[in-house]
Design a protein. Structure first.
Length: 369
């Protein structure tokens, strides 16, 4: 091994910089503190001072639940089933084989196998199995009750605080990736998935790697897609929504009739019109699709318009609209200011024309400088 190779090998031991914000770090510490305090208090009240009411592996569980709540290893099934299964394995090994280090190692290995089989892998479970074997007479006297208390009680108490704490902070927990739905209900992939890497490509790479990653497959795919958008913004970010939006926007009043709305859409050959209030604040969006199932022509627009209007700001890069206009049933994005007042509107046609101009511009420049 050369000197350079040896130095590179040593550098591999140095931790990579963490991208977690300071506020997230502080909140993780506070969450773990509250979870462990509540777990210890609950078990102390329920079991009394004579029982082991808080075991060390719960500290490791708290790290996952509050510092990495999006991890597949931190989900409710993982902490509850993982810790209980590991406790049962550890108690069984200790009961039949004794309390030696070799038995503890066997319990740890079997616990991991059990967690894999039940899809509840939870790293602190390995420590729970070792605790059942090596913690001493106070634990061994509990026998299989050890899996119920303190393990199950500790786990449920921590999980309860994690559910409350993480959701109060708007962390989605239990973590479920928000996969975009195929709004057209066909077998075709979403438009954004028809170019670039596909889900099958990602699955094949993960299959070849064959190792467990501490991130869900769907989260990984979402991160890669966002990276593609970020790369697009880095290269073509000078094109903003203000550059491509329609500024002379026809709008409707909420009290206008559907007959008036239909006439305006047909005369101007539009597919949608924003609905605004007296101060030009955006109240909704009326589309031709909304008119298809509408009531009588005398019905007011406010009764048929969409209120969940996709909006953007004029200074946003156009790449921020790609997923919205490509994969959802939204064909228009309304441009608003800080007071939600109408500034313009962007349609799929506007975005397509912008991408065409970007493609022409990029083809006229060398790809590498």
């Amino acid at each position: 091994m050369t000197k350079q190779a040896f130095v590179a090998w040593l550098k591999a031991f140095w931790p990579a910089p963490m991208t977690v914000s300071r506020s997230e770090r502080v909140l993780s510490c506070i969450g773990a503190l509250l979870g462990l305090l509540f777990s210890g208090w609950l078990c102390g009240e329920a079991l009394g001072s004579a029982s082991p009411w808080l075991i060390a592996p719960m500290g490791a569980s708290a790290v996952l639940l509050f510092a990495a709540p999006a991890s597949p290893l931190a989900q409710p099934w993982s902490i509850i089933a993982g810790n209980i299964v590991s406790a049962l394995v550890g108690v069984t090994c200790a009961t039949w084989l004794g309390h030696s280090a070799a038995v503890a190692a066997l319990a740890g290995g079997l616990a991991i196998g059990g967690m894999f089989a039940l899809r509840c892998l939870h790293p602190p479970g390995g420590a729970v199995a070792l605790t059942a074997v090596l913690a001493g007479s106070e634990i061994s006297q509990l026998g299989y009750h050890f899996a119920l208390y303190p393990v199950a009680v500790n786990s449920f108490a921590l999980l309860l605080i994690a559910l409350i704490f993480n959701n109060l902070l708007r962390r989605q927990y239990p973590h479920r990736p928000m996969a975009p739905a195929n709004v057209h209900k066909t077998r075709d992939p979403l438009p954004s998935a028809r170019v670039g890497f596909t889900s099958d490509d990602l699955d094949e790479v993960l299959k070849v790697r064959g190792e467990l990653l501490d991130i869900s497959r769907d989260d990984l795919e979402e991160i890669l897609q966002q990276t593609e958008v970020q790369a697009f913004n880095r290269r073509f970010g000078e094109v903003r929504c203000a550059d491509i939006m329609s500024r002379d926007v026809l709008s409707l009043a909420p009290q206008a009739s559907l007959q008036v709305a239909r006439e305006q859409l047909l005369i101007h050959r539009l597919n949608a019109m924003p609905v605004v209030g007296p101060q030009q604040e955006v109240l909704g969006l009326l589309t031709l699709h909304d008119l298809l199932g509408s009531a009588a022509d005398s019905t007011e627009v406010s009764r048929c318009m969409r209120t969940d209007v996709p909006t953007c700001r004029a200074q946003w890069p156009v790449a921020d609209l790609l997923r919205t206009l490509a994969d959802s049933d939204d064909h228009h994005v309304v441009v608003v200011d800080e007071q939600n007042r109408l500034q313009g509107i962007i349609s799929q046609s506007d975005l397509l024309a912008a991408l065409y101009r970007i493609a022409l511009h990029s083809s006229a420049e060398p790809l590498f400088h």
